[in-house]
Design a binder for this molecule. Structure first.
Ligand SMILES: *[C@@H]1O[C@H](CO)[C@@H](O)[C@H](O)[C@H]1NC(C)=O
Ligand SMILES: *[C@@H]1O[C@H](CO)[C@@H](O)[C@H](O)[C@H]1NC(C)=O
Ligand SMILES: *[C@@H]1O[C@H](CO)[C@@H](O)[C@H](O)[C@H]1NC(C)=O
Length: 629
């Protein structure tokens, strides 16, 4: 630790020359607990290129950039319950929740900022249901900006207008407005989540878990303790500030793709290096890392959920292997692992056996950001603690763990950047239902970093699908547009339209960095993946026996994937990069399933009632764009 700290200090004067900070350099200093979790890669080779082909730069933290900080509200955020508790045998019925969306003061990683949270909590409250429930969720928007909530992984089969995507399924809930999401669950069971889908507001704190229980869930008896482990890369600046900067010619902190995070947080707690943060903002990292506590002999199910916005996160627990039992919401054939790799949007359930220590012992839980996947020059880690805590003992204060990481885990300078099923774990479903043997239709998407033009901010470096960066006319949702029989213009978004029963979606991911893709509407079978590009599945070897079935999948550098998608849920579904900073600058496309059936839909009155504003307004623009086509 000391050695790395010394390195960081030694580098500081070099940065000063290169980036000429306006108000003097603050040397990095140890954080409150002496845990420094971001530092330069010690063996960084000179002149190495980043994965987008530019010379890799030392990340430019807040200490060199001054963005407007939002006013700090009086009330502060509170931590939620982390353990789901609804009895799976509860009879299905109507399950009602109220979400008051408001600003609160928070400092997840020590840097004080305005957060956007639900019911005063970060992460947000766990929404729980049983299979077949009808969800009634009242959302009151107390913000001064529009909002929507998306129910990640929920099919919305029959309630397509409730998917919560502005510009796709609804107009946003205006500041001061309210909206009730009402949807019936079908066969969804397992670990889901919800998050804001307006810009990248989920990065401000608007998110939480959504757990659907069932008496038939094969994972019901998997463990003695069931709890959430939320992991995320985190930024101190407000999401709108970052998205606006990312869409400008100079990028955010001088970097076009929003690059390394300030910190990694676990269950809402992290440790930024206060030496790097924007001057004048209170920074205090005395908050101890989150502790998962369980008794000796217990089996602990951790539902690991990545709610961050960019980095792959590599999650391990010192001296403990674990059993992976669920990928997104699909129970999988159990397998042992020492480390998970998750992309934003993905979930895994792991079972950890408390069989290595005794009461009071602590072991580090690590969430290492795969910074080498895009900028090999830096490392950022988050830490939490696995604590042996036998019942009947008092709530003592324990020392920080002194354990070391498993040997042989990948170096974050070159972590490989591939999904679990791409590095040798099959992720075969526990109860495999083979996909249809052939697809009726195939659509090919290509996606790569490139230069786009925004009518307001001008040229920016960003992403799209098939060279089209999504222009989100939030008040003219695509679902209603297709319902009305209008065409989706390629000036607005790339789209695939399917009219049969089964489709293959091929995605050629042409960047040197990995990206996770999320399909709304239902999970998809990952029947094939490989290096390079393909334009059809002819001659391509596909797994039609037990392919992974999930809603969010990482495609590695310069690679393709084939998603086989049953077309059993008519609608206009988003498919997008789940890196929030990429999705919010246009890396999003539309998948239209059965337009003939969509035309028979009836838009709920309360959804139509939200569409009172200028249909030419574009998300985050708050200004008129050239009229939509
Ligand atoms: C995107 O545009 C570039 C430059 O106009 C072109 O070279 C490339 O072939 C296009 N790619 C796709 C997938 O349309
Ligand atoms: C796929 O199509 C693109 C554009 O038509 C072409 O440049 C590329 O070579 C094709 N790839 C393969 C593997 O056939
Ligand atoms: C949608 O509902 C139909 C009819 O009940 C069902 O067959 C299908 O599996 C459902 N699709 C999804 C994705 O839930």
């Amino acid at each position: 630790m000391m050695r790395l700290l010394a390195l960081a200090t030694a580098l500081a004067p070099v940065w000063a020359q290169v980036y000429a900070p306006s108000a003097g350099v603050q040397p990095p200093r140890p954080t409150g607990l002496g845990i420094v979790m971001s530092y330069p890669r010690p063996d960084f080779p000179e002149g190495e290129l980043d994965t987008y082909g530019a010379e890799a730069k030392i990340p430019q933290y807040g200490a060199w950039y001054h963005y407007e900080q939002k006013p700090i509200p009086e009330n502060t955020v509170a931590a939620p319950e982390f353990c789901p508790s609804l009895d799976p045998n509860t009879p299905p019925g109507e399950r009602e929740y109220t979400m008051d969306v408001e600003y609160r003061a928070g400092s997840p990683d020590g840097f004080l900022r305005r957060m956007t949270v639900i019911n005063g909590q970060f992460p947000g409250p766990i929404i729980e249901a049983v299979e077949g429930d009808t969800m009634v969720i009242h959302v009151n928007n107390h913000l001064d900006e529009p909002a929507t909530i998306h129910w990640h992984g929920i099919h919305q089969n029959g309630t397509q207008y409730m998917d919560g995507v502005p510009g796709f399924t609804q107009c946003p809930i205006p500041p001061g407005g309210s909206f009730t999401y009402r949807f019936k669950l079908g066969w969804e069971v397992g670990t889901f989540w919800y998050h804001a889908h307006f810009g990248n507001m989920m990065a401000d704190g608007l998110m939480g878990a959504l757990i659907v229980h069932s008496p038939d869930d094969p994972l019901n008896d998997a463990a003695d303790v069931d709890q959430m482990l939320y992991v995320a890369d985190h930024w101190g600046d407000n999401s709108q500030t970052i998205v606006h900067a990312a869409k400008s010619p100079e990028g955010y902190r001088g970097c076009a793709p929003v690059d390394v995070p300030d910190s990694v947080i676990i269950n809402g707690v992290g440790q930024v290096d206060c030496g790097f943060v924007q001057r004048g903002v209170p920074c205090n990292t005395d908050v101890p890392p989150y502790e998962v506590r369980a008794a000796c002999g217990n089996k602990v199910r951790l539902r690991v959920l990545h709610h961050g916005s960019h980095s792959l996160l590599y999650v391990s627990i010192d001296e403990h292997t674990f059993t992976v039992i669920e990928a997104d919401d699909t129970p999988v054939q159990p397998f042992q692992a020492k480390e998970l790799v998750l992309a934003p949007g993905q979930r895994y359930s792991i079972v950890v056996e408390m069989n290595q220590g005794s009461h009071g012992d602590g072991y580090w839980i690590r969430a290492r950001a795969g910074t080498g996947c895009y900028n090999p020059k830096w490392r950022v880690e988050g830490m939490a603690i696995l604590r042996y805590f036998d019942h009947g003992w008092s709530d003592e204060h324990f020392a920080l763990p002194e354990t070391t990481m498993w040997e042989g885990l990948p170096d974050m300078g070159k972590p490989g950047c591939r999904d679990m099923d791409d590095i040798g774990y099959s992720l075969a479903p526990l109860d495999p239902t083979p996909p249809a043997p052939i697809a009726d239709e195939t659509f090919v998407f290509a996606t790569v970093i490139g230069e786009f033009t925004d009518p307001i901010t001008g040229h920016y470096v960003g992403w799209g699908f098939n060279n089209i960066s999504f222009v989100n006319y939030v008040n003219d949702p695509l679902l209603q547009l297709v319902h009305d029989g209008r065409e989706i213009s390629p000036k607005r978004i790339a789209s695939a339209t399917f009219t049969g029963h089964v489709a293959d979606i091929i995605i050629n991911q042409l960047d040197g960095a990995p990206h996770p893709f999320h399909l709304h509407g239902r999970p998809a079978y990952i029947v094939g993946r490989g290096h390079g590009t393909i334009n059809s599945t002819e001659g391509v070897e596909l797994n039609l026996v037990d392919p992974p079935l999930r809603d969010t999948v990482t495609i590695g550098p310069n690679s393709w994937i084939v998603l086989r998608v049953p077309l059993d849920n008519p609608g206009v579904w988003a498919i997008h990069c789940h890196m929030g900073w990429h999705q919010s600058v246009g890396k999003m496309a539309a998948v239209v399933v059965r337009p003939d059936i969509i035309r028979t839909f009836q838009e709920p009155e309360e959804v139509a009632a939200l569409c009172t504003r200028d249909p030419d307004e574009v998300a985050l623009g708050r200004r008129r764009y050239p009229p939509r086509r």
